[in-house]
Design a protein around this ligand. Structure first.
Ligand code: NAI
Ligand code: MG
Length: 369
């Protein structure tokens, strides 16, 4: 029997409310299957700042480094607007990503049939959509040096950002994308702008070489990132896994996300390098949304993004594919039954609370297991 050891960091605002629903899903697996998840819970974000004066304490960071996966809620809120930049709630998230060296951001775009009419695109275009964007998260233009604004005289200033990618950074993100494609539709589309960017030329070369060396069984396609953006809204079902750099990935993953509906539905994962002995990657799983201060404390947040993030942990950290499928099917079934939190309900339609949605998902897990 394998033990899985998690660190739960609920954070602030609705983070604490939706994490309660994940705990019920964990309890379900502990009670009703032979799996054992153990977890510790700790403070992060504003809650940690209030307690320790830092958005993530060193002790919490130690726990994150020794856990198999971190399950993160959301941080921030108006209460901490005045706190110094270095210790603001969001700094906790950034430190976790940096110290865990999470270089691969996984953003699925899945269209649940029950919500296909909520998309701004036609049902036919999005129904059954299941694509995965793999975004490089620690390199590229957001971090490259020089990065500065200088005075160049005559009342003019010059702003410089630098896109830098080394071979190893492209190799490792390409490997993540190909590995994931093998567990899904077996196709990778790599997106860059080799027509105008040197980093795009290298990206294309390295992805091609990685494919040739190790992943010939996976279909590889290259697309210019702007054309990729068009194809994403024209016919998104042509894609399986998309791999791209930090900047393009930031934009394309947001576009892909909105093909399928509300922020309250969107999970994500961030993965690091595999541990040389266990092979297990450092990983953190979190909803895409923030702490939603406008609805925090009311018990009405949609827990699906958070629960679906836990399902990604089952799939990607623990290779518990059947169990991940079960959680995702239970979410789809609860939606099929017509249950809607406020964020995904049609105007005037009845809504359920966070706990009621959680309960409905557990009921469907009972039924489908
Ligand atoms: P937000 O994602 O918290 O909320 C945007 C809108 O979506 C709000 O109207 C909110 O009520 C709604 N919403 C979000 N998640 C929902 C859910 N699960 N169920 C129902 N409705 C939901 O973004 P916002 O308002 O820009 O930021 C609020 C705070 O969160 C800020 O302090 C921001 O810095 C922080 N933030 C934290 C993130 C993180 O922890 N990863 C990510 C984004 C923002
Ligand atoms: Mg973004």
């Amino acid at each position: 029997m394998t033990d899985y050891n998690l660190l739960l960091l609920p954070g602030d605002g609705i983070g604490t409310e939706i994490m309660e629903e994940v705990k019920r899903v964990i309890a379900w697996f502990n009670d009703k299957t032979d799996l054992t998840f153990t977890y510790e819970e700790d403070l992060v974000g504003g809650a940690a700042y209030d307690a320790h004066g830092a958005a993530v304490s060193d002790a919490t960071m130690e726990k994150a480094l020794s856990s198999d996966a971190v399950i993160f809620g959301a941080v921030g809120g108006p209460k901490w607007d005045g706190v110094p930049y270095d210790v603001r709630p969001e700094a906790g998230l950034l430190r976790l990503r940096k110290d865990l060296k999470l270089f691969a951001n996984l953003r699925p775009a899945i269209c649940y049939p029950a919500l296909a009419d909520a998309s701004s695109l036609k049902r036919d275009v999005v129904e059954g959509l299941d694509i995965l964007i793999v975004r490089e998260l620690t390199g590229g233009v957001y971090f490259g040096e020089p990065k500065e604004i200088t005075d160049i005289g005559n009342g003019q200033k010059r702003a410089v950002d630098t896109q830098v990618y080394d071979t190893y950074e492209i190799e490792r993100i390409a490997a993540v994308a190909f590995d994931l494609a093998r567990t899904r539709g077996n196709k990778v589309t790599s997106m860059e702008k080799r027509n105008v960017m040197k980093s795009g030329v290298l990206w294309n070369e390295v992805v091609t070489a990685t494919h040739k060396a190790t992943y010939k069984d996976v279909e590889l396609e290259h697309m210019l990132a702007d054309a990729g953006g068009m194809q994403l809204v024209r016919w998104p079902k042509q894609f399986d896994v998309i791999v791209t750099d930090n900047l393009f990935g930031d934009m394309l993953s947001d576009v892909a996300a909105m093909l399928t509906g509300s922020l309250g539905m969107l999970p994500s994962a961030a993965l690091g390098a595999p541990d040389p002995t266990t092979g297990r990657r450092k990983a953190m799983y979190e909803p895409v949304h923030g702490s939603a201060p406008d609805i925090a404390g009311k018990g009405i947040a949609n827990p699906i993004a958070m629960i679906a993030s836990f399902a990604m942990a089952l799939r990607y950290s623990f290779e518990l594919t059947r169990q991940a499928d079960l959680v995702e099917s239970a979410i789809a079934a609860a939606l099929d039954k017509g249950l809607r939190t406020g964020d995904i309900a049609e105007a005037g339609a009845p809504t359920v609370t966070t706990v009621e949605m959680g309960t409905a998902i557990l009921t469907e897990m009972d039924r489908l297991a």
